[in-house]
Design a protein around this ligand. Sequence first.
Ligand SMILES: C[S@@+](CC[C@H](N)C(=O)[O-])C[C@H]1O[C@@H](n2cnc3c(N)ncnc32)[C@H](O)[C@@H]1O
Length: 287
Amino acid sequence: MTEDAPSFDGLIAACGLPRIDARALAAHASGRTREWLAAHGNEAVAPAIAAQFRALARRRAAGEPLAYLLGWREFYGLRFAVSPAVLIPRPDTELLVRWAIEHAPPEGRVLELGTGSGAIAVTLALQRPDLRVTATDLSADALAVAAGNRDRLMGAAAGRLTLLQGDWYAALPAEARFDVVVSNPPYIAADDPHLRQPDLACEPRGALTDGHDGLDALRAIAAGARRVLVPDGCLACEHGWDQGAAVRALLTRAGLSGVRTLRDDEGRERVTFGCGRAPDAGADAEP
Ligand SMILES: C[S@@+](CC[C@H](N)C(=O)[O-])C[C@H]1O[C@@H](n2cnc3c(N)ncnc32)[C@H](O)[C@@H]1O
């Protein structure tokens, strides 16, 4: 093997990245599967592909997230297209999705606020084909990514997911009502040092932080929920592991009852939900 015609095994060993990242970038640069690379890694690589791999590896080493370099991230077993216009969907968010799959009533109407790539809304619509889903975002660029994912992953069923642009509930027609509202809003405080980590610094700032204490978006979402929920409808929000008590207080103050927080596999509080009262549950059921 000459220096001009390196193998992928050689390129991967030389790039200094963790093997799992390097192999993913090699597969991306070559258009081959990781399985093909495992079997053919010692074969000579065309110079243009080697150059593309080295360029991607340099960007990864500088901190660009792997998902942006590959252009996709898997969520709930589906491959979602991502770009720097959207948050990279996190496995943590599957907790919120599982809650919604279990709790949305048959034939229910679901609203997702702040859809980004559309990972939550598309997954819900595919896992529960009886649901009608509306998803919103402030960012037109994010909605374009979500629309691409919806059309590719939902095909003929794409009509069951409506995308709307606007500031939280302002995106909705006045008469819109939902059985379930879910959101994974920006909840990192503006002064959180994690925002300066190279990978987070590549993601849209408006998807990560409210620019304030990390609770502004959750305040707005909680405060507006009862106006769009049917009387016994429910709101569920993802939040930071240390925000459980604050979010429970916000949902309670917003008039929701049965407020509870779900923990992730590590025992951290990550999703809080509450519901309006059923019409026969008491005189104070209606706001
Ligand atoms: C944490 S990301 C969640 C993205 C996606 N739902 C997910 O879980 O991967 C928050 C999303 O909220 C959107 N967002 C931020 N402020 C908003 C606002 N005022 N109104 C609507 N969407 C907003 C951002 O553009 C971003 O897409």
